[in-house]
Design a protein around this ligand. Sequence first.
Ligand code: FES
Length: 185
Amino acid sequence: MRPYEGECLMLSESAKSRIVDLFPRYPDKHSVMLAALRVAQEERGYVTEEAMGEIAVLLEQTPVQVYETATFYTMFSLQPLGKHVIQVCRTLSCALVGADGLVRYLEQTLGIKAGETTPDGLFSLKTVECLAACGAGPMMQINDDYYEYLTGEKIDRILADLRREGRSPLASGPFLIPLLISSPP
Ligand code: FES
């Protein structure tokens, strides 16, 4: 999963255009930072140093400002990641119902430590802060999907599904935005 020698790590012209097209939606260029980093990460799967430099120029910020933002949020990675990025919540509500044991189980099952990627490039494992599913812990996010009320057995099934199909039906959701109640029942 390392970049190959000679690989261009700059933003593509289309990625730069996408970022510039975002400008009218924000009050100033600095406010585009998170969206721009997301574009960069979508393009390559992680945010390269070169992309951060280009974002700094586009947004008229210093490279350090871009780096600070990219390293503050766990949703951005500065390293190449696996195909399936597993993020386990370790914040209090999930910790109380076994998040630490879950991390150990995943480390054992995948043969890697949190922060690492499996040698076949299939899975990366990270621990993160609250993912706003506190009532359904222990839980983890894999790419854009949530998996809740986890057990060792459920994790085995999820990993097997992802290896076999690339997706798992055990993902939670789809989540619905609560409807505003306009009149009393
Ligand atoms: S504490 Fe785990 S999702 Fe909030």
